[in-house]
Design a protein around this ligand. Structure first.
Ligand code: IPE
Ligand code: IPE
Ligand code: MG
Length: 248
């Protein structure tokens, strides 16, 4: 299924899509398999959705891959996930799709081999221009905000930041996501209707889309459905419907 049958306006494709890729474990359980089998199938979904996003002209795709809270999972599952991150970071996929790779999160907590591979992939793909794929690893929003507050507080203490200059923009500049615009569309697969500590600052005005499909089943058609739903909405940013229609 390529999803070509779902019509979307190519001129109004979201610039930045963020995804909470949930439901791998339940997908595997339905098939009587181990959770790691679901994570493996999830990697295939990442490949499909990345290619489709580049075809659609999405500029940034931010994927929640492993949260700060996920460190609490059984050690064997954490190890399987780290192994998958390592094995799935093949240059070929990024080079074939002309995708730049970036990572956000508390990278220092990851195994050294994973850190090395992440740095290597970021370097190799830094010149690619079709899309930026951002992987959130050992990431949580509260961790990120805490980190930013510490940095700003240090600046104030050293006298390099005047506390009266602290504003929305400065705070954004101290986030891990400072190199990209905020998400236009946030998708969560897997049926849960929650944010799970993801991009809390950045999704202040994102359009939210929740679907029941487990991540391994989320395909091109499902993505196009999410974009079509996004395109039916009017983003008002506090203004009235009439103001937005009149471009005020
Ligand atoms: C999401 O799938 C992937 C990660 C959190 C790593 P889950 O592993 O949370 O799958 P479910 O929610 O248990 O089905
Ligand atoms: C959110 O999924 C994190 C990722 C998709 C990486 P979880 O499955 O960990 O979320 P909760 O704990 O059910 O909220
Ligand atoms: Mg889950």
């Amino acid at each position: 299924m390529t999803g070509q049958d779902i019509s979307i306006d190519m001129k109004r494709v979201p610039r930045h899509i963020a995804i909470i890729m949930d439901g791998n474990g339940r997908w595997a359980a339905e098939r009587g398999k181990e959770r790691s089998y679901g994570h493996q199938a999830g990697v295939e979904s990442v490949r499909r959705i990345t290619s489709e996003c580049t075809r659609l002209g999405v500029e940034y795709l931010t994927l929640y891959t492993f949260s700060t809270e996920n460190w609490k999972r059984p050690a064997d599952e954490v190890a399987a996930l780290m192994g998958l991150v390592l094995s799935s970071l093949e240059d070929e996929i990024f080079m074939k799709n002309n995708v730049r790779f970036r990572v956000i999160g508390d990278i220092a907590r990851l195994p050294q081999a994973v850190q090395d591979k992440l740095n290597e992939t970021m370097e190799h793909t830094s010149g690619n221009t079709a899309m930026t794929m951002v992987v959130a690893l050992s990431y949580s929003s509260k961790w990120e905000i805490t980190h930013a507050v510490r940095e700003i507080a240090a600046g104030v203490a050293e006298g390099t930041i005047d506390r009266n200059d602290i504003d929305d923009e400065m705070i954004s500049a101290h986030m891990q996501t400072s190199f990209m615009p905020d998400p236009d569309l946030l998708i969560r697969t897997g049926g849960e209707v929650r944010i799970s500590n993801y991009l809390l600052w950045q999704i202040a005005y994102s359009e939210l889309y929740f679907c029941d499909t487990f991540w391994p089943d989320f395909d091109e058609k499902a993505l196009r459905e999410a974009i079509a739903c996004y395109q039916k909405r009017q983003r008002r940013f506090g203004k009235t419907e009439a103001q937005v229609e009149n471009n005020e």
